[in-house]
Ligand binder design. Structure first.
Ligand SMILES: [Zn+2]
Ligand SMILES: [Zn+2]
Length: 222
């Protein structure tokens, strides 16, 4: 992103170092404090697809996913896309942001999520690169799925009572109602090469993660 600095007053001389400092300050400001934080999405899926791990923010509405892509992610400069994971106990913060060619509609994403097997798999296996795609998330009930569809409890649809309340028939399972979801990955993708897992005590050294926790946690905790 290049910034044009216009000097309003004649007679001010400014050397190139000062201009560079000014540019650095301005880009810090624009890339960190003025971008709204967006967490109105369902979660994040981690999938192997096209030989690479995919990080898939899940949006429950197809139109909304299209406009998020058009207005925001489409304008991101791939090398500037950052994702950060900050673990706190059995949860983690998913944090994502980038420099945009259209800064006025830029957004930073965050979501506090429970750690999952897929998350751990991604953490171990991403190899420093991932594709970013959006996914459209649809909930499915027992009568909308095939018999081998997996319920959120981990057991198949066929193991759930087809009577009134869909309970799981496994004795040691306390699932009371079949529920499953389907994720449609959208085709368009971006490449992420800046991925970091951080401890909460280290977020101060990471501008994006620090800004996120500052705005969405520390300033709200009292
Ligand atoms: Zn179940
Ligand atoms: Zn079950």
């Amino acid at each position: 992103m290049s910034l044009t600095i216009k000097l309003r007053y004649k007679g001010i001389t400014i050397n190139s170092d000062q201009i560079n400092n000014l540019k650095a300050d301005l880009s810090q400001m624009s890339s960190q404090s003025s971008i709204p934080w967006f967490d109105d999405f369902f979660g994040v899926a981690y999938r192997y697809f096209d030989l690479r791990m995919n990080v898939v923010p899940l949006i429950s509405d197809r139109k909304e996913s299209a406009s998020l892509w058009h207005d925001t992610i489409h304008w991101w400069l791939d090398p500037s896309i950052k994702i950060r994971f900050v673990e706190t106990g059995d949860k983690y913060w998913f944090i994502m942001g980038a420099d945009s060619q259209k800064p006025e509609s830029n957004l930073n994403f965050f979501k506090v999520l429970p750690k999952s097997e897929n998350y751990e798999r991604f953490k171990k296996g991403h190899g420093g690169e991932a594709y970013l795609r959006l996914g459209v998330y649809t909930k499915k009930s027992l009568d909308e799925v095939k018999k081998n569809a997996i319920c959120n409890c981990g057991h198949e649809a066929i193991d759930h009572d087809e009577g009134d309340d869909d309970v799981c028939l496994y004795n040691d399972c306390d699932c009371k109602k079949f529920s499953s979801f389907q994720v449609n990955l959208l085709k368009r993708k971006k490449t992420i090469t800046d991925i970091a897992f951080l401890d909460e005590k280290d977020v101060k050294d990471d501008p994006l993660a620090w800004n996120c926790l500052n705005v969405n946690k520390y300033s709200k905790s009292e």
